[in-house]
Design a binder for this molecule. Sequence first.
Ligand code: SAM
Length: 285
Amino acid sequence: MNKPIAAPSRTKEILQQFGLHAKKGYGQNFLTDVSVVSRCAQVSHCEGAVIEIGPGIGSLTEQLALCSKHVRAYEVDEKLIPVLKETLKEYGNVEVILQDFLEADVESSVRELREAYGSVAVCANLPYYITTPILFRLFECREGIPYITVMVQKEVADRFAAEPGSKDYGALSVESQYLYDVKKLYAVPRNSFQPAPNVDSAVIQFRQKEIDDPVDDREAFFELVKACFKQRRKTIYNNVREYLGNGETAVRVLREADIDPGCRAQELGQKEFRRLYERTCLCQD
Ligand code: SAM
């Protein structure tokens, strides 16, 4: 019986057998800690189907295959396809797709998997160079993904999970927390990877919120939020004035939204951003 793929000696063997070298350009750092990968799979709510982005040599994929009815894994590096075929040959419930995930039709994939397996979650150790675009791709999926569990750079996890008033709080926190309850689950030290990256990591989970009264134009809401944080040191008044192109309107809108024009965006919570968005929509009508 084989050791788990994530066992350091097995990973080493696989890399040697296939003459593989981790490609920096694809953000390849392979997990070599069995407890980290199995815990990640176990907390991911993957009992129906699960989508993985970047299976690498299959360390997390294997653990997902043990907990899930079906694993659909998107890998961009064609050299890894024959490797995955070999390492995961015992698992009949794994489907590997050779594709850049940013070009995948996420909507159709989620719909199809939900119809076939009842539920869909996402679980991945993300390539760090495209963490945010991948997450926003998932957030934008109109089919809705109830749980997204991902390993990311620790500092990025801090920004997604940050609360108002903290130094890490910014547009990323407001946008993701509008859609999801965000929870940092556990830290993953850099020596859990082969090769070890220069940064520590963390597993973070996004649980989709029930939004009773969604904004009518999510993109416009996110644009406004980004504009409010454009110059963090400046007051909300300065940033809103630049966004609206008019100082008087900026003061009026802020007053109507019950926001002190002298405060900074990092002090505002979801409710304040919602009120500000609604007032700016009215003033632009
Ligand atoms: N899941 C494996 C593990 O935990 O050991 C590998 C994780 S490694 C950090 C990131 C993986 O994402 C690599 O296998 C890399 O080739 C793949 N990748 C990079 N960019 C991608 C993209 N745009 N679409 C799909 N996979 C990608």
